[in-house]
Design a binder for this molecule. Sequence first.
Ligand SMILES: [Zn+2]
Ligand SMILES: [Zn+2]
Length: 336
Amino acid sequence: MKAMVLEKQNDIMESPLQREDLAMPVPGEREIRIKVHCCALCRTDLHVIEGDLPSKKRRLIPGHQVVGHVEALGPHVHRFPLGARVGIAWLRRTCGVCPSCEMGRENLCDSPEFTGYHAHGGFAEYACVHEDYAYAIPAVFDDAEAAPLLCAGIIGFRALKRAELPPGGRLGIFGFGSSAHIVAQLALYRGAEFLVMTRDVGHQKLARQLGARWVGGLQDAFPEKVDSAIIFAPSGALVPRALEVLKKGGTLALAGIHMSDIPALNYERHLFYEKSVHSVTANTRDDGVELLKVAAAIPLRPQVHLYPLEEANRALQDLKADRIQGTGCLQIADQP
Ligand SMILES: [Zn+2]
Ligand SMILES: [Zn+2]
């Protein structure tokens, strides 16, 4: 099968992904093999490829927002029939026995595995996953719309929960990439308003199109306080700025898996009046199921920009340079 393989972590501008022909993966016990139609791109792919996150697997196929159909079954599979359309997300395996797993907080598992990081992901024609960690894809979405929901959507959904946005509340969004443009639609659906700060002019335009109450750049000041805020950009320098625009009792959620250092905070300006900061760590499978359900009810429409598999390096370069409005997505095969 064709795949884009990371031999060694490196700057994406060096095009570190190489096109290779590999043997088809063989589905193990309770695993399904998926013929990949689409795999969306995520900033975490950049962190894995460029080495912001330590390497876990040599000669890795990245990609963790995979949509395709079940094409082969390993032993003892019973959840999905051949031909079912399914998704593979970042959370790939949890231990089931650590204190976090026992409390139902599997996103905090002591020994989790992630797709396109500990194991091969979806920048390839085929990918395998344990059936318990695959998601049924609602029919209302085409492949390219469904793919961004599997990380940008799920993590955005969890970030929105962690931001504790009150009904009809006002949400500040810092950075307006793939996940943020989905969160904006979720917030509107809940009757909330959103304000966006992002440096990129294209992202500012998309925020306006989606109905932002206010859009500004890094040099601008928020015109009003917000109940909740989410930082999507991997920049710790935004943390004090976001805390300053929170109302009393407000909550800031940090949605990224990686963030640069946070500057010193001033207690009175940034944290007093019971302001809270919540990080967001992966997701539970329940988050994924809930997100797909609400996304189908809206229905949520991610804005997707397609690239062929062979152009994964260029697509990720575009992601890094903020040249993609919405979500970048590799189109690997047509839906049968
Ligand atoms: Zn665990
Ligand atoms: Zn992701």
